[in-house]
Ligand binder design. Structure first.
Ligand code: ISE
Length: 343
């Protein structure tokens, strides 16, 4: 690390990791991409050649590399625990894509290691906090001019996912964003989660519960509803509406790119409509840019901004309870360790 340039390595160069690599290589100030790692050596090699950086076989070698100052973990959640522990061991700031880990117990082990290491190093990839619309929604709620927030309604739809994206992944990898949005907007913990199973779409693999409807109860008694549907066959639709005592505010309502055309109207008339993004990289491109830039600048200052390892743990604990509720359709309480644990 020079005074003003952070040398970053990216672990995992699937859809998200490749997007972050491109972001770091081309449009993030005060940072430079220096290495990538992925089990798919061909993919890592192609990306390394494209950006003129090194491809490192073992992700733990990339993390330990003295030429790497900071790490973006865009690997699957089931390998995050050892990779996060390695970042802590080597004192490397890390932007860890969600989920932080796969369950509450492993998240607590990461929290304990980070606290033992003596300084915060982990920012978790809940990028919606950096989305201008979600950030403005939070500012409006926090201003108090609409009164106390009472309800929150989320819609989270993907166009398509692989057949391996089964019911539990919908909770752990998709609904996890709504868990963080609820904690972010209300500024409090979720005390109970219920995950309901509507009749599934015909395009879901047999036995896969898609869509799902989740209900969170917040510590204040407020309720949050979330529809998560990852095979809507249309596009990427994510929005959030807060109902307060004296008004409502929405983030993500289609409000731009509305167009009219004469093409295709069966009755000879025109058509009007808007554009639905293909996937999360389109819809949240600006949010990811702001998130990664904030992470780089904070890392250069020796700080962590945005979602911390505690936020990662709390979201994982809620999703762990959510997976339990998914099996029964009954409410499951969320019990967190004392935030001061190990202090
Ligand atoms: C994906 O991993 C993301 O994080 C996207 O934001 C989310 O919309 C999608 O459902 C996840 O699979």
């Amino acid at each position: 690390m020079t005074a003003q340039t952070l040398r970053v390595g990216v672990v995992g160069v699937g859809l998200m990791g490749a997007d972050h690599a491109e972001r770091l290589a081309g449009r993030t100030a005060n940072a430079t991409l220096v290495a990538v790692s992925d089990p798919d050596q061909a993919r890592a090699g192609e990306l390394a050649e494209r950006f003129g950086v090194r491809a490192v076989g073992d992700p733990l070698d990339l993390i330990a590399d003295p030429e790497v100052d900071a790490v973006v973990l865009a690997s699957p959640g089931f390998v995050h625990e050892p990779q996060l522990l390695a970042c802590i061991e080597h004192g490397k700031p890390v932007l860890c894509e969600k989920p932080m880990t796969m369950d509450a117990e492993s998240s607590i082990r990461v929290l304990e290691a980070e606290r033992t290491g003596g300084r915060p190093l982990i920012q978790v990839g809940f990028m919606r906090r950096f989305d201008p619309e979600y950030a403005q929604l939070k500012e409006i709620v926090d201003s108090g001019r609409l009164g106390r927030p009472l309800l929150l309604h989320n819609v989270h739809r993907n166009k398509a996912v692989p057949d391996t994206f089964l019911s539990e992944m919908i909770v752990r990898d998709s609904l996890v964003h709504e868990v963080d949005v609820a904690r972010f907007v209300f500024g409090e913990e979720i005390t109970e989660i219920t995950v309901l199973s509507p009749a599934a779409t015909s395009v879901a693999p047999a036995g896969t519960i898609d869509p799902q409807v989740a209900i969170f109860r917040m510590a204040s008694g407020a309720l949050v509803t979330s529809e998560v549907f990852v095979r809507n066959q249309i596009g990427y639709e994510v929005r959030c509406e807060v109902t307060c005592e004296r008004g409502t505010v929405v983030a993500g309502r289609p409000s731009v790119q509305v167009y009219t055309t004469s093409a295709g109207g069966d009755g000879g008339g025109g058509l009007w409509g808007g554009v639905i993004p293909e996937d999360f990289r389109d819809r949240f491109s600006r949010a990811y840019d702001l998130e990664v830039q904030a992470w780089v600048d904070a890392s250069l200052r020796g700080e962590v901004v945005g979602p911390t390892s505690w936020d990662g743990y709390a979201a994982t604990a809620v999703c762990t309870a959510g997976i339990e509720s998914l099996a029964t359709g009954r409410p499951v309480p969320v019990e967190l360790v004392d935030p001061a644990f190990g202090a």
